[in-house]
Write a protein that binds this ligand. Structure first.
Ligand SMILES: *Cc1c(COP(=O)(O)O)cnc(C)c1O
Ligand code: SF4
Length: 341
């Protein structure tokens, strides 16, 4: 069984079968059997991420494409927002459908992205020498079979101005079996190649996902993680602490903690940014600096990402800045006489 249909959900995970059918008619469900096995109840932190919730149909405030990605797409599968890096949407499929996915409009369990569209994306990258980084995303790029992934990476490596590659994949977390020794070796041939996983709760860190990340790290692939701040999943300091430290322990460097992007059906996941900042402030000082990601908001309308950080500078004076440390204590940092620049 590669896909769990709504009718296959264990009865203890379904409160209301009719509501489930209504929600999945609008926002399809997909849960990898491995990930399903980690879920204890529809309302636990893992269940909430993938099991359809009646609240999804009540939320009409979001927009399908909050980041205006479709306006920054000069070639079929390319998102080109920043000067030197592009996102290349090489897969339209994922092993799970996260209920909060900001790219729901492009993720479906249908056919893969046609080869001709991948070729058009490669052409775009070839003819834009300013692009030094290609981020393979989707959907999930590791939904591609090894041979397709190989020819894609080879084609990218033949483009001289592309200096490093990046993959964004949730596969090591939601279908760790996908990370075989063969796949790790394949990816390891393309260094410098970075891989960011997507992990939202410490319960997603299992012996299987740890083994998958271990294979990738052993193959020389630097690993980072992205998480989304989600109500009822990880909006508590002790959960974020366990998540980020758990990731470090499996050799994954927490990279970004994302504020939720407001696509339809996600209102029940909203966490106010003020709460996000408070949580970040609680972590500083108590966690290794390595374990602390940047807290990011992706601006609506395609403005790009900004990092939010707890306010350290309280007042700026000509001779000193008044600053606040991780304990909330106030210090004066002298900065009056710098050499002229
Ligand atoms: C997030 C994003 C990137 C990558 O940004 P980094 O800060 O380098 O991780 C690139 N392009 C687009 C369109 C993005 O949304
Ligand atoms: S793994 Fe990423 S792209 Fe796929 S459904 Fe989840 S959030 Fe969306």
């Amino acid at each position: 069984m590669s896909v769990v249909q709504p009718r296959d959900l264990p009865t203890n995970l379904v409160a209301d079968g009719q509501a489930l059918a209504q929600v999945t008619a609008r926002f399809p469900m997909k849960i990898d059997p491995y990930f399903l096995g980690l879920i204890r109840s529809a309302d636990d932190p893992l269940g909430r991420q993938v099991i359809p919730h009646p609240a999804e149909l009540l939320d009409t405030a979001g927009t399908e494409d909050p980041l205006a990605e479709e306006h920054q797409s000069p070639a079929p599968q390319i998102l080109h927002r920043y000067p030197h890096r592009v996102v290349f949407l090489v897969s339209s499929r994922c092993a799970v459908h996260c209920r909060f996915c900001m790219r729901k409009r492009r993720v479906a369990d249908g056919p893969q992205v046609p080869v001709a569209m991948i070729e058009a994306g490669l052409d775009y990258i070839r003819t834009h020498p300013e692009i030094n980084e290609v981020i393979l995303s989707g959907g999930d790029p590791l939904m591609l079979a090894d041979d397709r992934l190989l020819s894609l990476l080879q084609a990218l490596r033949r483009i001289g101005h592309v200096r490093w590659l990046r993959l964004h994949s949730r596969m090591p977390i939601v279908r760790p079996q996908r990370v075989t020794p063969d796949l790790a070796r394949l990816l390891g041939r393309f260094n410098p190649l970075y891989l960011n996983i997507h992990c939202n709760h410490p319960a997603e860190i299992t012996p299987q996902s740890a083994a998958a990340c271990g294979l990738l790290a052993d193959a020389g692939i630097p690993l980072g993680s992205q998480s989304v701040l989600l109500r009822g999943v990880n909006d508590a300091a002790e959960i974020l602490k366990a998540l980020f430290e758990g990731l470090l322990a499996i050799r994954v460097k927490p990279y970004y903690l994302h504020q939720l992007d407001r696509v339809p059906g996600t209102a029940h996941f909203k966490v106010p940014p003020a709460v996000g900042l408070e949580l970040m402030a609680l972590l500083r000082g108590h966690l290794s600096g390595l374990a602390i990601p940047h807290y990011m908001i992706d601006l609506p309308g395609g403005g790009g990402k900004i990092a939010l950080a707890p306010e350290a500078v309280v007042e700026r004076h000509p001779t000193h800045w008044r600053v606040r440390n991780w304990q909330g204590k106030i210090y004066d940092y002298p900065c009056g006489r710098w050499p002229k620049r």
